[in-house]
Design a protein around this ligand. Structure first.
Ligand SMILES: NC(=O)C1=CN([C@@H]2O[C@H](COP(=O)(O)OP(=O)(O)OC[C@H]3O[C@@H](n4cnc5c(N)ncnc54)[C@H](O)[C@@H]3O)[C@@H](O)[C@H]2O)[C@@H](O)CC1
Length: 513
């Protein structure tokens, strides 16, 4: 997998990939016990910094470690063992008063090793089934941290039996309001088919090695990646064998909107737009203002209703306006743009009435401008699936309902990702939601940093204008994934300052000035 550029992100692994990495690493002489110990040491380091800062100084702080029978449970046992010998403890501290361990009998030799080590240190290991009986006592604690090590990447079905009962107990303790929950590697109940209803969402996941794809799909879930002794060449080999899947993180991407001293209006960014029918001019105006406000140099705008002209001219005289009926002619005779945005503020019947002309015009433009990028939003996304749509770099930006109306498969879990990527085929599809996805021909990117202030009318139009700008600027040759990431990062930065797109636009102009 290649992550180009300043597009900051990290690889996501599926459960099968995680098992392959484990197997290869162990085959090369890294003993399972060693890996488990390293994982536990990393987890303890962060736990002490984040949840157990005053553990040895505060009698009130309690830790509960809940372990399943697999190696995930082994991680929990190893963690408990390390805490017993933590150099920060008081010599006479009674660990059994501060830490409770509940566990199923461990299956692997490595887990059994850590269980025996824990017993040697005098720790009481209670049967997992006892957890439910102790709930009433636990909810009384003011400062409780629960480490959940019930199931890891070995889970392939919904929690059942003792594991399901233990999860319910954890949920009850959480609902009492005061306990923090940290899951090791992945939360129990989180399979690649989704999150079990009964599974509590942790405050944080301490994952071992690369992040697992499952956690990247839970909105806003905090995931800390902890090295545990895997070998990089094994991870690379496993990544290379499957469709690249990564989590994109907002990064500083202002260079996508940069202007040069020698720029003229075309070299600064030359784009076209077809958008904003009568009474929906606001959407087009917001996209136009985002384009110009983020550094675009020249924009030609085609509007479906002739009576909109006065409104456009009175609000934004710096764009060049045409009736949409002029589109084909313009494609034949005008200087072709580098990028074109179609769709903001257009209903599906309007798109349908313009369909022939749009396809014909785009076909002409694609011959005249080899490096054209077509961005389709809202109802116009359907153009990309028209058999006559020209062979041109194309990005669609539907939200979930629009994606569904295109026939796109639901995307709610890891198992859904490949079907969605196959559906978008040669097109790039940025599916907008609290967790957004970019499906590209050779990769899938997950954008998981929900920001409630982006859930407002106009956000999509502003985003469209930024995309239009970045796709015709000095970095227009960069992969679409990088262009999308740059726009996501810039819009997020602006949305942290204000809830309203108009205000966000002002902020964007300030930071780009
Ligand atoms: N082998 C390695 O290289 C490393 C593995 N590590 C840990 O090992 C974990 C994987 O260990 P395992 O493969 O043992 O898998 P798990 O620890 O997920 O446990 C799988 C066990 O639970 C049972 N099980 C699966 N789904 C269940 C369900 N829904 N309800 C009840 N029982 C269920 C299975 O029958 C199996 O016995 C990782 O997630 C990670 O935490 C770490 O120690 C780091 C290194």
């Amino acid at each position: 997998m290649k992550l180009s550029n300043g597009n900051k992100g990290h690889a996501l692994v599926r459960y099968d990939d995680a098992r392959s990495i484990d197997t290869l690493t162990i085959q090369q002489g890294n003993d399972e016990t060693l890996l488990m110990g390293l994982a536990a040491a990393g987890a303890l380091h962060h736990l002490k910094q984040e949840y157990l800062t005053r553990f040895w100084n505060s009698e009130g702080l309690q830790l509960v470690i809940v372990c399943g029978s697999g190696n995930n449970g082994g991680d929990g046992l190893a963690l408990a063992g390390l805490l017993c010998a933590d150099p920060d403890r008081y010599p006479d501290a009674d660990i059994n008063k501060r830490m409770s361990v509940y566990a199923l009998p461990p299956k692997s030799a490595a887990s059994q090793f850590y269980e025996a080590k824990l017993r040697r240190q005098g720790v009481t290991i209670r049967p997992l089934q006892k957890l439910s009986e102790d709930v009433a006592e636990m909810v009384k604690h003011n400062e409780l941290t629960i480490v959940e090590a019930l199931l890891g990447t070995g889970q392939s079905r919904l929690p059942a039996g003792d594991i399901a009962t233990a999860l319910q107990a954890i949920d009850t303790i959480r609902n009492a309001g005061r306990a923090k929950l940290v899951a090791l590697d992945v939360p129990a109940g989180l399979t690649e088919s989704g999150l079990a209803d009964s599974a509590p969402t942790p405050d944080c996941v301490y994952t071992f090695g690369s992040e697992k794809a499952v956690t990247a799909l839970i909105p806003g879930l905090r995931v800390r990646r902890i090295p545990c002794g895997f070998e990089s060449q094994n991870e690379e080999a496993v990544f290379a064998a499957s469709t690249a899947l990564y989590r994109s993180e907002p990064s500083d991407a202002l260079h996508f909107f940069r202007r040069n001293d020698a720029d003229h209006k075309y070299s600064a960014g030359h784009a076209w737009m077809v958008a904003g029918e009568h009474d929906m001019e606001g959407a087009a105006l917001l996209a136009l203002q985002a384009f110009l406000g983020s550094g675009g140099g020249y924009v030609r705008h085609f509007h479906p209703s002739p009576q909109s002209r006065e409104r456009y001219l009175s609000i934004l005289p710096s764009a060049i306006y045409h009736d949409a009926t002029d589109f084909v002619k313009a494609c034949e005779v005008q200087k072709p743009p580098r990028s074109i945005l179609i769709g903001p503020g257009m209903r599906s019947d309007t798109v349908d009435s313009l369909r022939e002309a749009l396809i014909e015009g785009l076909t002409i433009l694609s011959r005249r401008q080899q490096r054209l990028t077509v961005i389709l939003d809202a109802a116009a996304c359907s153009l990309a699936f028209d058999d006559r749509f020209p062979s041109v770099q194309c990005l669609i930006t539907p939200h979930v309902a629009e994606w569904k109306s295109l026939g796109g498969p639901a995307v709610s879990c890891v198992d859904d990702l490949e079907a969605a990527r196959a559906f978008s085929g040669r097109i790039h599809a940025y599916l907008k939601g609290p967790v957004s996805f970019l499906f590209a021909p050779d990769q899938i990117a997950v954008y998981n940093a929900p920001l409630p202030s982006l859930a407002v009318a106009g956000s999509g139009d502003l985003f469209g204008g930024l995309l239009l700008r970045a796709a015709c600027g000095h970095e227009a040759d960069r992969p679409i994934c990088d262009i999308v990431s740059a726009c996501v990062a810039l819009q997020r930065r602006s949305a942290e300052s204000s809830m309203h797109p108009e205000q966000q636009l002002k902020f964007i102009q300030e930071i780009l000035a």
